[in-house]
Design a protein around this ligand. Sequence first.
Ligand code: GLV
Ligand code: GLV
Length: 325
Amino acid sequence: MTRANVYVTRMIPNETIEELRKVHDVEVNPLDRALSREELLKAVKGRDAIITLLTDAVDGEVLDAAGSQCKIVANYAVGFNNFDLNAATQRGVVMTNTPGVLDDATATHAWALLLATARRISESERYVRANKWEGWAPMAFIGQDVDGKTLGVAGLGRIGKKFARKAAAFDMPIIYTNEQRDLDFEKEFGASFVDKETLLRESDYISLHLPLLPETKYYIGENELAKMKPTAILINAARGPLVDEKALVKALKNKVIFGAGLDVFEDEPKLAAGLADLDNVVIVPHIASATTQTRLAMGKIAIDNVISVLAGGAPQTCINPQVLK
Ligand code: GLV
Ligand code: GLV
């Protein structure tokens, strides 16, 4: 097999790059930052395969800049709202993602946010580090109970399900919304399928596990926040634009809800005005899959997909399967 020319838009775990170098020529963006649009258009030229990040918008223009020899664009992420699948299918380019291997890491991270928000961990740590702590205080940093509270899961896909299963540790009744009911899941976890209104009204915690699509944009906005309990907490480790961030800032400021735990933002890395000034929000920089083991596994899927497709085979995780027909 001749060695192909693969481009990686930013460094991913070195072990995976080394694995890929055994069979193909690999060039990695040497900068410790995402490429600009212009840099991306230039860098992809003449490549047979490209490994991209969720911060790289890959559309017809990028694919044309790469050239007709380009066979695959492998996203180093499970989400692929940065991809124009139709543009790729029209050009015969395979697109892949990294599903499955990050479900536990992402679900666990959503729990970390939930617990940190409920128990005001970030806020109280800032207080200690600022040398403000003067000793045990009966009314300081009063949070919300988690045990026995109602957990609302919006979206019962792979990650939503993993997230929901972990609620058993806290004896939480589970309610969920999804495109379809999952009777097996309901039976196993005593979960109830509800409509969005009920989810908003009855949940003590709502965690979003939806893909970003035109119809899920602003799934949570001003109206939805107004329907939530004043003690409720919103968790988002899915995609920023699922939440109207300006409306969330207003709701958090006015104590419409108790708090929010956010891994993702509407216009990363920018935050909505005022968000970072609020104490009742836990803010972390899109790190849900950021564990050594998970990132290695994601890299492995991406390079396996590249190697298979360049060898004329089928990838494990194609997201535009029409292209294989
Ligand atoms: C991260 O956000 C991913 O989609 O993998
Ligand atoms: C807290 O530390 C307690 O003893 O109640």
